[in-house]
Design a protein. Structure first.
Length: 380
């Protein structure tokens, strides 16, 4: 049991200076003053600090990405403290280019491991390739019967994808949609967007030709180039949800894109931000030869939030929404996740006034205290 005293609370909307009582992994009470004294209750002094929901990173290669420059370029699996020290208390794992040396079985096992270590984890079946790789042999069965799996992943407009037809994209989106309805899950299709000239055109064409709801298909990396971003804005204005990736060069960084989106009349609730952590970034020459490769960090999520507030002077509550409530609503796990409210999971970050991470609490357990890791993963 924990009581956090006298702290400024953003839910992500600012709700004032409060005391918060945590027990059983949940937020039990939020009051102006909570006066409970017991030796088993841990008291955290929140004076001159800020409390927010924990970040939800919905695009992390938890089993490692890469592999596009031969076996030596396969990224390692992520470790627990890499996530918690970045303020991430909920993560969604997925595969990328490599669905051959990596598998959905491996992905689900890693998701279960991270859950055992203390954070909340979901996953998507599939990878860049089509036909979609699965665990059970069926996209529908993966979503319906595997607890952690809430959707699927595919890729379009990318030389590493399987060059799906519109019919195949529509069939996959339909399967994901129906499986979500059957299982009470989000049922979403995450679509990796590459640099191809077609951009989002296949998605627009599927929407025009079918009855698939627009929020079923979730394009990500839409800020990787200007033309794709403009299509992303159009998609969001139509009611779709677009995902921005951290680590993109400055002009198209999320902190700049969200301001531009507001000026263009794009609803902020239709935008989310993720890290693409532990996935590889790569550059190719005009002949398709790999010339440079690296690995993205989940810490880019926290760095982007801090830059939005400190550099772009975006209001704290608005900046927070892109990493918390917007994501939770998009994944259909709100208000269990993504907010500070009575009955919600006790997933939260305590920041110092300079927005350095002081504490991270996941499912009611203190993972980081005074900026130091308390709970490490099994092999850290």
């Amino acid at each position: 049991m924990i009581i956090i005293k006298n702290i400024d609370v953003y839910s992500p909307d600012y709700i004032g200076k409060k005391d918060i009582f945590i027990s059983g992994g949940k937020i039990n009470l939020i009051r102006d003053n909570i006066d409970i004294n017991h030796e088993d209750i841990k008291v955290i002094d929140g004076s001159n600090k800020i409390l927010t929901p924990g970040f939800i990173d919905q695009h992390v290669h938890i089993t490692g990405g890469g592999g596009e420059g031969s076996f030596k370029t396969r990224a390692p699996e992520i470790t627990l403290s890499k996530l918690t020290t970045s303020g991430i208390t909920t993560v969604v794992g997925l595969l990328g280019t490599d669905g051959t040396t990596r598998s959905v079985e491996n992905l689900v096992a890693k998701a279960k491991a991270l859950k055992e270590e203390g954070i909340s984890v979901y996953a998507h079946t599939g990878s860049y390739e089509y036909p979609t790789i699965t665990l059970t042999g069926s996209v529908k069965k993966d979503i319906v019967f595997i607890e952690e799996i809430i959707g699927a992943k595919t890729a379009i407009s990318d030389h590493r994808s399987s060059s799906m037809t519109n019919t195949q994209l529509a069939q996959l989106a339909s399967d994901v949609r129906v499986a979500g309805m059957m299982s009470g899950k989000a049922g979403i299709l995450v679509i990796h967007m590459g640099n191809g000239e077609k951009g989002l055109n296949p998605v627009f064409e599927v929407l025009k030709e079918t009855e698939i709801p627009i929020k079923t298909m979730r394009p990500t990396h839409v800020n990787r180039r200007r033309e794709l971003l403009e299509q992303g804005f159009e998609y969001a204005k139509m009611g779709g949800i677009i995902d921005l990736t951290c680590g993109i060069y400055d002009e198209l960084s999320p902190k700049n894109v969200v301001k531009e989106a507001e000026n263009k009349g794009v609803l902020s609730e239709n935008i989310t931000i993720s890290s693409d952590g532990y996935g590889s970034w790569s550059k190719y020459d005009e002949n398709g030869n790999l010339i440079k490769i690296g690995v993205s960090s989940v810490s880019s999520l926290y760095k982007e939030f801090k830059a939005m507030v400190n550099e772009s002077e975006i209001a704290i509550d608005r900046a927070l929404s892109y990493f918390t409530s917007n994501v939770a609503k998009a994944l259909e796990i709100y208000p269990k996740k993504g907010c500070i409210a009575e009955g919600s999971d006790a997933d939260m970050i305590i920041f110092n006034n300079d927005f350095c991470i002081d504490h991270v609490i996941a499912n009611g357990r203190v993972m980081v205290e005074d900026g130091k890791v308390l709970v490490y993963g099994s092999y850290e």
